[in-house]
Design a protein. Sequence first.
Length: 499
Amino acid sequence: MPPNAVEPGTRLVDRYRLDKHLGEAAGTSYWRAHDELLDRPVGVCLLDADASQADRVLRAARRASAVTDPRFLRVLDASEVEGPHGTVVYVVNEWVRATNLTDLLADGPLPPAEARELTQEIADALASAHGEGLAHLCLQPEHVLRTGHGQVKIVGLAVEAAVRGVEADDPDDAARRDAQGAAAIGYAALTARWPGPEATGLAAAPHDGNALCSPRQVRAGIPHDLDQVVGRALGVPGSGGAPVVTPAALATALGTAHVTSRIPPVRPAGTGTSDSFPPGRLAPYESLDDQGRQRTSRMTVLAWGVVALVLCVGLGLAGGQVITSRGGGDDGAGASTGDDTSSPTGSAAPTGDPIEVKAVTSFDPPPDGNDDENGYAAALAVDGKRSTVWTTKEYNDQFGPSGLKDGVGLVLDLGKPTKISAVTVRTQGATGLQVRTADQQGGTVDDYARMAEASDVDGNAVLRPKGDLTARYVLVWLTSLPPDGGRYRGRITEITVRG
């Protein structure tokens, strides 16, 4: 049963029904299929068992199946099957509705902040995979997906390299290749140009002689330090600093890069995509159609203008913006609003000295989350500056029973059990939030006891416990997010804990 001889309707191991042929190359055939046992769509890759790469692909798939990081498209099954014409190796993958980066860039590059966030997410995921002894080695735009909920998925960990016969010399070489691959994705996201020699569906990046042009040379308005980080990983002349040679180092460097830059121009709506893909690319996902597509990277000038106006108002008013919050947790605790230093009508300003926060981490617990919610910027919420902002990721749906998850948040470590009289949270946009506390750092929301909550907070909310409270850890848990350019995104400018 050669892969190119398989027809729609064929069933593998009495379980996987092949529904749609997506493409083929070099003895490898790709299908959208249906798992009849679990009643779910899957992606299937078929290889001729006589092909030289068959054993290599099978080994890679089995190793990749052990990876639990949700940012990688999961390998669900891999084995051999006997057919009427011989033995075929098959690899079954998770199937998601998503848009690949090539299609996302059809209208032009992403805003610098979004490009940095996307690249750091990929670099961090690759660093996690390297910690388990796995590498990608072949990262290209079609391997980077964004789902309708805004999640990043990486296609083909280990397996794509096995299909192409690509191998690293040693772990250091693998790390260098994947750092370059992630940086190339960042370059593409910033410029809509591809810096590598492969054909990807994007225009080739320009060169000055034999030297690759930096992102800032291709597109105006890219922050200088972001340009340098990408350039250092790709070996762009004049990027300064030491080369970035591991995905972990790239993720760290991107976490310190500034992204405040020019407002991106308005772009017309893009065209829809199909669920086909370039031959020779492992792509077990379904593209979002044009009508139902929820765009993941398009902000208009109007949306940016509103954000800028909110920032200006927040910084310009001496007393801060005062919004009444409706409080009251299960224990009867309440919330009041007010500025850190003034006492607006109907509420009391918080008393007590500010407590030093020893550490702050993002909180996005599984099974709905991936343990990271822009954690690289979490410290901006406790740096004492209203001009800096920690933001959540963007979501197509509001939090709650009908959304992707119930919430996300930040965990503040006070270093030791400490008396807490109030927690002040300053937000941008109407946000629902809870303050929860614990003596031990927990892995679920329920590990933290609810102290107080507030809804529709836009500005300052001062949340107080019902009685005396001592705790080491404070969880600020966002239960609803404000609209942001047709999607939802939370913003916290400052959190202050007082004793």
